[in-house]
Design a protein. Structure first.
Length: 489
């Protein structure tokens, strides 16, 4: 299997557990958390107990008041994560950094120019309705009052929905262009230019190219090697690139697209894969973001991520306080099956409380991929870049519901206030509105760079739910099977 690979261990294997421990260990050591470092190294059941160590590490990062020390720790973790190998098609391996410095092939660009009119009216589909204007604002207020989204997140959707026209003429570099939560299609409709990185799937490229032609936007399509196309059908057949197999070429192409772009550029990362591939994709994406940021600088470039609401973090004290009211109003059944959540205040910041939210079901590789993106977002923010990295809600995306257990759990979430899972089309537009709001603002002043991922959070109610989500899992699965409920009453 050519491309980015985990590094070889002393035993001669490519262990994901060893890699996880090395990355987290580098951060713990940089923070001076020696006891945690030893705990990470000595944990025998990493698959099921990784979250114990990771919770302590995340809390340590949020509690660190020395910005220089925090930056050093985040850099240590990301540099350790980049210590991967790159394997050629012939089976020879070199360090990933060496491969990136000398791409083995070059990607050409085919421009697909749309002929439509720019879309300026923002519409969000939710439960069969097309929400716009006052209806959309009322729904955002309802979500915030129920506890599914934070108040600043609701305000951001309201603001961003009014600024859709600001996207016209802006360039977006998008990793994971086929993501259901990614904004590629609405960006094109608004008249933006999108340099799209996605795998070689002719049918999907054919659909995207056809869609782009109908919009006011411009789609930049990567084509490998010397391949040519005389029409859109032929283009779809040669479009796309494998990020894992051709990361050096992708990075070079994105840097080139960014340099050539007129005006502001936003780099959006919307990558996901099951299991260990998620970590390798995240490393590839991080190398790309780092290279483009160093080339374009903060005056031209902004960066966008979608953080996971299933990650431990430091939530506002008022979100933690709201848990008590919801617990008091909960009925007998939730209190019988659910374990009361504990969110202690941070020792260094009484306005923030630590929420443990990693789920064992999702696994340590999922967690590592997520926190790596958060670390890069924090570093970019501290460097003065505009960074949009809000937590996105739990969604019924194809990548989630293909796991039948997760599909049933999502159908049962709404039985527990204030939890709610969303259809991809709802979340996609909601998160686009938040992105637009972030792009219209200067970088915020935060007590810690880590808080760039706690702003404007659309967390599906996880922050304010009074029960540990894992303790509701079995019952939620059963309810999702026999009594599915898509949304609160």
């Amino acid at each position: 299997m050519a491309g980015i690979q985990f590094p070889l261990t002393e035993k001669g294997d490519r262990s994901t557990t060893a890699f996880n421990k090395a990355v987290y260990g580098a951060v713990a050591q940089s923070l001076g958390m020696q006891d945690l470092l030893q705990a990470i190294r000595s944990e025998k059941d990493w698959r099921h107990k990784y979250s114990n160590c990771l919770d302590k590490l995340v809390e340590g990062l949020y509690s660190c008041q020395d910005t220089s020390k925090l930056r050093a720790a985040l850099c240590a973790g990301l540099e350790q994560a980049k210590a991967m190998d790159f394997e050629s098609e012939q089976g020879t391996s070199v360090p990933l950094s060496q491969a990136i410095a000398a791409p083995r092939q070059t990607l050409s660009t085919v421009k697909v120019q749309g002929t439509g009119s720019p879309k300026t009216d923002f519409v969000l589909r939710y439960r069969g309705k097309q929400l716009a204007g006052q209806d959309l604002e009322s729904q955002c207020t309802a979500w915030a009052e129920y506890g599914t989204i934070e108040p600043d997140g609701a305000a951001a959707i309201k603001q961003g929905a009014k600024l859709l026209g600001n996207l016209r003429g802006r360039t977006f570099l998008v990793l994971g262009a086929g993501s259901e939560l990614g904004p590629v299609r609405p960006l094109l409709e608004a008249g933006a230019t999108v340099a799209a990185v996605a795998t070689c799937r002719p049918k999907r490229w054919e659909e995207l190219i056809s869609f782009a032609r109908s919009t006011a936007g411009t789609l930049l399509v990567p084509v490998a090697g010397q391949k040519t196309a005389n029409n859109d059908g032929e283009l779809a057949a040669v479009a796309g690139v494998d990020l894992l197999a051709d990361a050096p070429a992708v990075i070079e192409w994105l840097v080139k697209c960014g340099r050539e772009a007129q005006g502001k550029v936003t780099f959006g990362t919307y990558l996901y894969a099951d299991g260990e591939a998620n970590v390798r994709l995240t490393v590839a994406g991080d190398c790309a973001v780092d290279a483009v940021a160093k080339t374009l600088g903060k005056d031209k470039l902004s960066v966008a991520y979608l953080a996971s609401c299933s990650t431990s973090t430091a939530i506002p004290a008022d979100a933690a306080a709201a848990q008590q009211g919801l617990f008091d109003n909960a009925g007998f059944w939730p209190k019988m099956v659910g374990k009361r959540k504990s969110c202690p205040a941070l020792a260094t910041d009484s306005t923030r409380c630590f929420l443990s939210a990693f789920e064992v079901l999702q696994g340590p590789n999922y967690a590592l991929a997520q926190v790596m993106r958060q670390w890069r977002a924090a570093l970019l923010h501290s460097d003065g870049f505009v960074v949009s990295s809000p937590m996105a809600p739990s969604c019924r995306t194809e990548s989630v519901v293909h796991n039948k257990t997760m599909a049933k759990i999502l159908e049962g979430m709404a039985h527990w206030a204030p939890l709610e899972a969303f259809d991809a089309e709802t979340a996609r537009m909601a998160m686009l509105a938040i992105l637009i709001s972030d792009l219209s603002e200067e970088p915020p002043k935060l007590s810690s760079p880590m808080h760039i991922v706690t702003r404007k959070s659309f967390h599906s109610g996880i922050w304010r739910c009074p029960f540990e989500v894992a303790s509701l899992g079995t019952t939620t699965y059963i309810l999702g099977t026999i009594c599915p409920k898509n949304a609160p009453n």
